[in-house]
Write a protein that binds this ligand. Structure first.
Ligand SMILES: [Zn+2]
Length: 360
């Protein structure tokens, strides 16, 4: 009987102890909560007027710099280290795109002249290098380590994904914290992969009957070939271009079309001027690789002039959106896996550029 009573007392004591412990823990959690809240409040204190206007100034100046300068040193984006996260302190990134000049209708040379900087256009290639090395290039090299920042690119064309980079300042939209972040927005153009375009077949006035071919088509002058002058229902679009055999080691030549091409009823012929053909094929694939054709054709020559002919239905001319591109071979796989081997990525696009910046 006494033993049972002792057991009961012990149990009661045990119960008492655990209730006390629970209460203490609750109290501790409560206190920690208050402290955490207090320190949050300290972090989120609103900037005074002077701090805010100085932040605004930095944000506007940084945006202007990024959008109107190509960066230093020249061609900084090609620095090998950037591919493996090794960022030289000497690199000050700028995003402005330099104008490209077309060399013999084939490849594009970057001009060294400052006068060739395109106004209001940014380079996708530079953007990607900034994205992959954001902290070093932007927060440290450009902003001297005193600020946190983010950049975003929102293409107006919904077929192109937005690009977000830098610190996560996005949560600040719905509370007082907003007052500590300055946002600058500008509308600019972004080149995406338009550098790789050898021919844009839509850069002409597709006004049906009035369209004059830039190049006289070899089919018009050769009596053995069907004449490519326009008829009532369709027009012929014909272009010549030169390809060097050794460029096939470095570039993937492709025809890239919008998905609307499948409904356009377009036929096409590809031939070398020395080996003409009348082999009209329906153009119904979005991506067509051309290297195997060129390799076979140039078995015994170092370069050839090719002629590509498109027969377009006049009433479906808007469905014909096609470019001839030469993509550096080391990039083709990336483009494919990122779902960027699409027509819209090979056009210059209007985008909203947004820079957000706050004190550290
Ligand atoms: Zn033709």
């Amino acid at each position: 009987m006494i033993d049972e009573l002792n057991d009961l007392i012990r149990d009661k004591c045990g119960l008492l102890y655990s209730t006390e412990l629970l209460l203490s823990i609750l109290l501790l959690v409560f206190i920690i909560g208050i402290i955490a809240n207090l320190s949050d409040d300290l972090n989120e204190r609103i900037l005074d007027e002077e701090e805010f206007s100085s932040l605004e100034k930095i944000a506007v100046e940084t945006t202007d710099y990024l959008l109107s300068n190509p960066g230093n040193p020249e061609n900084w984006e090609d620095d090998e280290g950037l591919n493996s996260g090794i960022v030289s302190q000497n690199i000050i990134p700028g995003l402005a795109k330099k104008n490209k000049k077309i060399d013999n209708g084939e490849f594009y040379d970057e001009s060294a002249s400052d006068e060739m900087i395109m106004s209001n256009a940014i380079s996708y290639h530079k953007l990607m290098k900034v994205k992959n090395n954001y902290d070093s290039l932007v927060d440290v090299n450009l902003l001297n380590g005193s600020y946190r920042s983010s950049m975003s690119i929102y293409p107006l064309n919904s077929k192109i994904r937005p690009i977000l980079m830098g610190n996560d300042l996005e949560d600040s939209d719905d509370n007082v914290n907003d007052n500590n972040i300055v946002t600058v927005e500008r509308k600019v153009k972004c080149d995406f992969y338009s550098n790789f375009v050898v021919y844009d077949f839509n850069d002409l006035e597709l006004s049906g009957e009035d369209y004059d071919r830039e190049n006289l088509c070899n089919h018009d002058t050769n009596p053995n070939l069907e004449n490519h002058s326009n008829d009532v229902q369709s027009i012929w679009l014909c272009k010549n271009f030169r390809v060097y055999r050794n460029s096939l080691e470095d570039y993937d030549y492709c025809l890239i079309s919008d998905e609307s091409i499948k409904n356009s009823g377009t036929n096409w012929i590809l031939e070398s001027l020395n080996r003409t053909n009348e082999d009209e094929k329906l153009l119904n694939q979005e991506v067509i690789g051309l290297n195997s054709f060129f390799l076979e054709d140039m078995e015994n020559s170092s370069d050839e002039i090719y002629s590509i002919h498109f027969n377009l239905e006049k009433n479906r001319i808007n469905d014909f959106r096609t470019v001839l591109v030469a993509i550096p071979k080391n990039m083709t796989d990336d483009l494919m896996s990122n779902d960027e081997l699409n027509y819209d990525y090979f056009k210059v696009q209007d985008v909203r550029f947004i820079l957000k910046i706050g004190y550290k």
